[in-house]
Design a protein around this ligand. Structure first.
Ligand code: ADP
Ligand code: MG
Length: 565
């Protein structure tokens, strides 16, 4: 093909793709416009994952009638005049791209009235061009309606996930803005059902209660930021969960930089480090973290969708986040003894202290593999329990230390999967149905994944706004903390990042909740029974997360270590 200039229409669609990736990006841009317009109430509506309809109404300043059409021009903005303004700007928008882009990939109607105008202005755009304009009665503020998103960009439409997944993204996004702006009243309705409503009280704890439930909101620890004198050090505030309250996914940690929701692996790392020694492996906190920093020290102009930010003094920000959380935690709980990171998943065997090395049976020099195929266990005789955590057993060739929790997890994991596939699940009905409060996200997951959960023995039914009644659970959860187990099973369905299949993720989460804990005293019989069950599993040497269930000190190793051989 000869070189030629792309037509303006193609250029617009390509550029629009950078701002508008999916329905949630439209919602984000429209909410940001409403916030920039000083709205104190924002109502959001989405249908069919936002593809059929997205509508955002606000009671903000509105757009003066002679500027309405200009708002849809490329790089038309009322928020900055020059590049210098970027350094002092506090508005969320500034690129003047959103309305222009959205109008190129969807049908857009806008009804708006500024306080100085006596009537509202209506415009309707098709393919980026004004197709209809008029004067209508309207309250002060702006309503933008976006229909048939990506209908004219089939390639993009094809890459969208299911309507349920897109709705999920939208509710997650709106939840984030509710927490970033607790002073604004938000409502969200999805497919005609209202799923979120915040009071706009200005108190972050109230917004957290709407998003994560009352129990979580009440348990959260306040992060109090120390004000900085120079304005250069960021001020960190918000809420973070006490060590006893954690989640199995990273999805419950939010960051807002000057009110802008940002995603940052580095900041997430700072939070996780602050919890080191407090949370177990693969447990994550719930945190809502506001970072206030002078605008000149942060660059939000990194990505067209403004999802990422860059700090001119990155270590300063990380230290501030880490320190603020650490303080919130240590005011509540003394710092526990340092716990060494588990050596197994990361450290190659050869680098471990010699005593901890897993010995292979003499004569079989196969290298240890992370997920070994079935390797039969020898007959083991239980000698006792150490640290209320490890079972000490003797086999034909030396001594075995068995992690009681990991071993039980392996047993229950395989049992859950086997019972489900045989459709013979042991179910425990609850005498009294147990009410649990689910977050929006969990409710959406339940709507699509409920069938899978019921195959494992869960029975839940809706009961009021966000409450569900648990009527039955897999029998292995009897006597355990059922409300936590239910929530985590739902979260595990949603945790696509975990890699395994949905079935395995649920089984893993059940196994984790159903199994004996470290620190639990076991009788000789219980230990013997656990080992007999472990012997019957397909992969007795690893837990479902891939950690070892046991360490073997061979007779030969013991002799060598004691200088007998
Ligand atoms: P940006 O937000 O980057 O300025 P947009 O394309 O999102 O660019 O919006 C263009 C302009 O339209 C804004 O600068 C603002 O003046 C006006 N505008 C858009 N949405 C609203 C709204 N909800 N209320 C008031 N003004 C709005
Ligand atoms: Mg904008």
């Amino acid at each position: 093909m000869p070189i030629r200039l792309l037509s303006p229409d193609v250029v617009s669609k390509i550029a629009a793709g950078e701002v508008v990736e999916r329905p949630a990006s439209v919602v984000k841009e429209l909410i940001e416009n409403s916030l920039d317009a000083g709205a104190s109430q924002i109502d959001i509506e989405a249908r069919a994952g936002g593809v059929n309809l997205i509508r955002v109404s606000d009671n903000g300043t509105g757009i003066p009638k002679d500027e309405v059409e200009l708002a849809f021009q490329h790089h038309a903005t009322s928020k900055i005049e020059s590049l210098d303004d970027l350094d002092s700007r506090t508005s969320l928008g500034f690129r003047g791209e959103a309305l222009h882009s959205i109008a190129h990939v969807a049908q857009v109607d806008m009804l708006t009235r500024a306080s100085d105008d006596s009537s509202g202005t209506f415009v309707s755009l098709r393919g980026g061009e004004v197709a209809e304009r008029g004067v209508r009665a309207a309250p002060r503020g702006t309503t933008v309606t976006v229909r048939h998103l990506f209908r004219n960009v089939p390639a993009r439409l094809k890459f969208l996930k299911s309507a349920a997944t897109e709705s999920n993204q939208i509710s997650n996004l709106v939840s984030q803005y509710c927490m970033a702006f607790p002073g604004v009243k938000f409502t969200l309705s999805i497919d005609g059902r209202q799923v979120l409503r915040t009071p706009g009280s200005g108190r972050l704890r109230d917004a957290i209660a709407e998003v994560y439930g009352l129990e979580v909101a009440q348990a959260m620890l306040e992060i109090k930021g120390a004000a900085s004198e120079s304005g250069m050090t960021p001020v960190v505030s918000g809420y973070t969960s006490p060590p006893a309250l954690s989640r199995a996914t990273r999805g419950y940690v939010s960051f807002f930089v000057n009110g802008r929701w940002v995603q940052s692996r580095a900041l997430a790392g700072a939070v996780e480090r602050a919890y080191e020694g407090w949370l177990g492996v693969r447990r994550y906190p719930i945190s809502v973290i506001n970072i206030a920093i002078a605008p000149q020290f942060v660059d939000v102009n990194v990505h067209p969708a403004k999802r990422e930010v860059r700090f001119s003094q990155e270590p300063l920000v990380f230290n501030a986040v880490h320190g603020a959380i650490r303080r919130a935690l240590s005011e509540r709980a003394p710092i526990p003894e340092f716990r060494e990171a588990p050596a197994f998943p990361t450290v190659p065997e050869r680098e471990m202290p010699s005593l901890l090395r897993v010995e292979n049976k003499p004569g079989t020099a196969e290298p240890p593999s992370p997920e070994p195929a079935r390797r039969e266990l020898p007959i083991l005789r239980v000698l006792g329990q150490a640290s209320l955590t490890y079972i000490i057993a003797e086999g034909p060739d030396g001594v075995y230390l068995i992690d009681q929790h990991a071993a039980h997890e392996r047993v229950l994991f395989e049992r859950a999967l086997a019972q489900r596939s045989r459709r013979a699940v042991d179910v425990q009905s609850l005498l009294e149905p147990l009410p649990v409060d689910l977050t929006l996200k969990q409710q959406e997951t339940l709507r699509t994944g409920g069938e899978m959960l019921s195959q494992f023995g869960f029975s839940l039914e809706p009961f009021g706004d966000r409450t569900y009644l648990v009527r039955a659970v897999p029998a292995m959860l009897a006597g355990k903390s059922i409300s936590e187990a239910v929530k985590e099973a739902i979260d595990s369905l949603d945790d696509e990042a975990a890699g395994a299949s949905e079935e395995e993720r649920i089984a893993r989460s059940l196994a984790c909740h159903g199994s004996v804990r470290a620190g639990q005293l076991l009788s000789q019989e219980e230990m013997g029974e656990l080992i007999r069950q472990l012997e019957k599993t397909a992969s007795p040497r690893t837990c479902p997360h891939g950690r070892p269930t046991m360490i073997h000190l061979s007779a030969g190793r013991l002799e060598r270590e004691f200088g007998r051989a």
